[in-house]
Design a protein around this ligand. Structure first.
Ligand code: HEC
Ligand code: HEC
Length: 279
């Protein structure tokens, strides 16, 4: 064999393989993260950054994600029996604090989230936290990041981490105490305060305060005062669309679908700016 006819010094195959692989990666990224999420959302268009967030399973501004997926038929696998309540409240705060190191990147140091679409957890009721984690695990509440996280924990760990976040100062835990409220009248001139404290019987909307406090408490109803405004708005929209459907006996789906877009925005703003003792 003559040397000059042997393998050439610059073998082109190495370059071709690298080029093909890189092109495949770029095209796959473009399709999966940018193009598909854009077309999945009927109320598009979003920015490139939003499309990437969306593909990763986050909620993005003003839009509920997962609109392509039909909501599960069963709202939740939690029933508030004595044994579930016991299981949800026997958590150990110290072990919970350790587990919570996996949560702070998104939910903030001490459970106070600085990202507008991620909820604060500090001060939320233990039963609320426990139920939502179980719903993320069973898929009755949809969220890319949260379902993976909930699946990696046991129910004892739900109880532990719930005990920890519930013990932190933050969202005012609702104990259903009834304090005199100057706003709680159908005659209040501010329509948003009227919805919160008196509801709208004509449209079958019960007062938010009768379940979310102050004044009343429906077991499992999260504290709303001081929660992130964008998060509240997105949850109300998700209930209205039925993309969040994990409310037992569907009070939230019924109420949210009776609200107008501007009422949803105004309620989210009012709650986000509320202090512990009401506006
Ligand atoms: C990668 C980011 C990320 C991490 C890490 C994360 N979460 Fe979340 N979490 C979210 C997002 C986003 C939502 C809102 C989901 C939605 O929009 O429906 C959420 C929602 C929740 C909720 C529902 C709160 C409510 O008010 O309904 C609970 C409870 C929760 N997370 C607990 C945890 C716990 C406990 C951990 C740690 C073990 C954790 N999360 C880690 C992103 C994260
Ligand atoms: C009949 C009781 C009831 C009434 C009235 C009610 N809610 Fe709710 N709400 C609930 C329950 C229970 C949940 C928790 C659902 C679940 O288990 O995921 C909830 C959840 C929510 C959430 C999601 C919070 C989170 O952290 O995930 C928002 C936002 C909300 N309600 C807003 C409102 C507003 C605004 C009103 C008034 C217009 C209202 N609710 C009236 C019972 C009620």
């Amino acid at each position: 064999m003559k040397l000059e006819n042997g393998p050439r010094l610059h073998n082109p195959w190495g370059f071709i393989v690298v080029a093909v692989v890189s092109a495949t990666v770029v095209i796959a990224f473009g399709l999966g993260f940018l193009l598909l999420p854009r077309y999945q959302e009927p109320r598009a268009p979003f920015s490139t950054k939003d499309a990437v967030y969306h593909a990763l399973g986050f909620h993005i501004h003003g839009k509920a994600f997962n609109t392509m997926q039909p909501p599960p038929k069963v709202p939740t696998y939690i029933a508030w029996t004595e044994s579930t309540i016991r299981q949800a409240t026997i958590g150990d705060r110290k072990s919970g604090e350790f587990i919570a190191t996996n949560c702070t990147a998104c939910h903030g140091e001490k459970g106070l989230s600085t990202q507008p679409w991620i909820p604060s957890l500090a001060g939320l009721d233990r039963l609320v936290l426990y139920k939502q984690l179980d719903d993320f695990r069973s898929g009755t509440r949809l969220s890319g990041p949260m379902s993976a996280i909930a699946q990696s924990l046991t129910s004892q760990q739900y109880a532990d981490v719930s005990a920890y976040f519930a013990s932190l100062p933050g969202l005012p835990e609702n104990r259903g105490e009834r304090t005199p409220r100057p706003h709680s009248s159908y005659r209040n001139r501010d329509p948003v305060q009227r919805l919160i404290y008196a509801g709208d019987p004509k449209r079958g909307i019960a007062a938010c305060a009768s379940c979310h406090g102050p004044g009343g408490y429906r077991i499992g109803a999260p504290a709303l005062a001081k929660q992130n405004e964008l998060y509240l708005e997105q949850q109300l929209q998700a209930f209205a669309l039925g993309t969040r459907a994990n409310d037992m006996d569907m009070p939230m789906r019924t109420i949210a679908s009776a609200l107008t877009e501007s009422e949803i925005r105004a309620l989210a703003r009012a709650y986000a700016n509320e202090n512990a003792n009401g506006p």
